[in-house]
Ligand binder design. Structure first.
Ligand code: C5P
Length: 314
């Protein structure tokens, strides 16, 4: 029996920033072993899912530069969910309103894929639990389980092993800066990291676990407090920044601001961000930079931290 179908649903797919991205070493599967702290922010894409009369899976998007084919994680997530359901006749028309910049180190594509898992699970009445969906997500991309769960999480392994952190103080704010003409390839960033830093990588599970424990013991286990901000760290920044003038420009501008708690690149870049104690000082900093950002052709967003990941809209 085919499960019951609903009409249309919409899902919000938030971006993330990396408050900590530490490259520990190389895994037997060739991926990098990571120790990260990821944080959802309220810059978000919106996806709508509509049932179709046939078994077609279609994707449309308001941004013509996005590939809508089999390489898009939304399509791959839909195909995976349908194949696991055993109902080959399930179809959906999916529309994506793109707000998160593409190839930016903000997990926009992963969050869209995570939204497809959550949205179609409901649309198709499949009844998978969140942890089932996180397992499917891990098959599609290292960042995707985080995008399903969201909030503040320690992320280990390839990035798919999650340990939730206490909810952050939601008054903290993030000023994101990105050059719209530049995107960074994640495989390139990790390849370069291995080339330049590989001889300093840790070896073996015992060494990895020691570093994980250091991260667990850091102030992350407390709610993030403005008076005692956590140090930001991104090991990919050390290799991407020298090769990427857009990252240098963003970090230079953010570092001149008063009132920032810390500044870093997110993921494999080129987005960079500054952490602020509250949205008012974040907005004031954005206004201060307005002319310089415009002169350098950089985009910016003032964002709040979010306590959750992809969510079906009410
Ligand atoms: O898992 P995902 O498809 O997002 O990863 C994209 C690429 O980034 C991988 O193909 C790999 O080159 C690199 N990567 C890595 N180690 C990780 C995550 C990603 O080397 N933990």
């Amino acid at each position: 029996m085919r499960p019951p179908l609903m009409g249309t649903i919409t899902v919000t797919a938030p971006a993330k920033v990396n408050l900590h991205l530490e490259v520990l070493g190389i895994r037997p599967d060739g991926f990098h072993e990571l120790a990260m702290v990821m944080q959802s922010i309220d810059l978000a894409d919106r996806l709508s899912f509509q049932t179709t009369a046939d078994a077609a899976l279609t994707l449309s998007c308001d941004d013509p530069s996005l590939s809508l084919g089999e390489d898009n994680l939304v399509i791959r997530a839909a195909q995976l969910l349908r194949s696991r359901s055993g109902f080959s006749e399930l179809g959906a028309a999916i529309h994506l309103e793109k707000r998160i910049p593409i190839g930016a180190g903000l997990a926009g594509g992963s969050s869209d894929g995570a939204a497809a898992l959550v949205g179609l699970n409901t649309l198709w009445g499949l009844g998978h639990s969140r942890s089932d969906l996180e397992r499917f997500a891990a098959e599609l991309g290292s960042d995707m389980p985080f995008c399903v769960a969201g909030g503040s999480q320690l992320c280990f392994g390839r990035g798919e092993l999650l340990e939730p952190l206490p909810a952050v103080q939601e008054f903290l704010a993030v000023l994101l800066v990105k050059d719209p003409r530049v995107s960074v390839s994640t495989p390139w960033a990790y390849r370069l990291c291995r080339e330049l830093q590989g001889d300093r990588y840790l070896q073996g599970e015992d060494a990895f676990e020691q570093r994980r424990q250091v991260l667990r013991d850091m102030a992350w286990t407390q709610p993030i407090r403005a008076a005692e901000p956590p140090p930001l760290r991104n090991d990919l920044q050390a290799v991407v920044e020298p090769e990427t003038p857009a990252v240098q420009a963003a970090l230079r501008l953010l570092s001149t601001l008063e009132g920032t708690l810390a500044v870093a690149m997110s993921g494999s870049g080129p987005s960079c961000f500054a952490l602020f104690a509250d949205p008012t000082s974040c907005a004031a900093a954005q206004a201060t930079l307005e002319q310089q950002l415009a002169a350098e052709g950089l985009q910016s967003w003032c964002c709040n931290l979010r306590p959750d990941g992809v969510r079906i809209d009410a």
